[in-house]
Design a protein around this ligand. Sequence first.
Ligand code: NAD
Ligand code: TYD
Length: 361
Amino acid sequence: MKNILVTGGAGFIGSNFVRYLLEGNPDCRVINLDLLTYAGNLANLEAVQNHPRYHFVKGGICDRNLVDDLFCSYYIDTVVNFAAESHVDRSIAEPEVFLTTNIIGTQALLDIAKKYWKVHPDDKYSREFIPGVKFLQVSTDEVYGALGETGMFIETTPLAPNSPYSASKASADMIVRAYYETFGLPVNITRCSNNYGPYQFPEKLIPLMINNCQCDKSLPVYGDGRQVRDWLHVKDHCAAVYNVLAKGVAGEVYNIGGNNEKANIEIVRLILQAMGKDESLITHVQDRPGHDRRYAIDNTKITTQLGWQPSYTFEQGIAETISWYLQNSDWMKQVTSGEYCKYYDRMYTMEEKELSCQGSE
Ligand code: NAD
Ligand code: TYD
């Protein structure tokens, strides 16, 4: 039986992954370490909270004593590191915590994994690790920077991050790589495109627009709305991460993407249409500083070498996702109460500059 430390397992993708593991793969125990920041929510895990092979621990990945205790008590042999500050706009407003969590936190996890997994811990030249151990760093396509009208990111595309968020994720990738090159720690890095699906915090495009539509609030589209993202259903991302855990070659990076490039404005219109709302709700607001124009993922490596394929079409996935948010309005109410209102006012209302009259579409 595998003892898997999932960090950030109360967030959007982490909670989907915890459920994916417990509902799909009987041969593992899941230890979820999450600091429960604004983005972490135990309501995301109600379905598995009493599962006999699930343990939740509240705490941070920078807390070395705690992480050490967990390795010791639960015989951790696998780490899947989702824990992160994950929102670009917040990283523009307050970069420091991104560096602490995303870089220093990752390095703390790597150090403790090395300590427990190295067969000869006192021999600095030994590259021998206990068989079957693995450290999987969940990264993002944003580390590659922005593309023009054409081209796709491959695993060897040079890293050129543009936001404090993506710079912190790229730094973490570099330190993970260094632990493989220097110590031989068995690692993988996955770099996925934009996820959508249930339990995503409504600071991100899709749940924010669904929630605003539902409340008949304006839909704040940054700039001209022609920025392009590749979208992947979160369950397909979870399956891909599991595939890399099971079959990924140590030291390798795997891009994960859904071949679903969409301009933001297309997505906003699709949501409006699906929810029967009028396009007059769209408001073009001032663009995000340093806004990456286009991301696109070449997923050839993971599809050909590991046999993973996305299972959702975007049309099916987005329809299910909109229904999920409408059916789970209590969840949305809970996460948008309190602090969220202050966040929204800070990010949008105070600075919102309406550009819709300038014909920016
Ligand atoms: P999220 O913001 O929804 O969740 C992050 C989780 O990490 C939260 O539960 C939070 O409480 C926890 N956390 C934060 N700081 C912590 C700390 N110091 N110690 C322990 N837990 C901490 O993020 P998400 O969208 O689920 O993303 C998860 C991971 O996937 C991130 O590493 C992100 O960079 C990566 N990723 C996200 C996307 C996307 O579209 N959302 C795409 C590619 C990669
Ligand atoms: P987001 O969901 O924040 O993900 P990321 O920045 O990591 O790609 O944003 C997705 C796209 O949507 C991005 O181009 C910014 C844009 N966007 C808006 O136009 N308005 C919004 O209110 C938000 C949150 C995002």
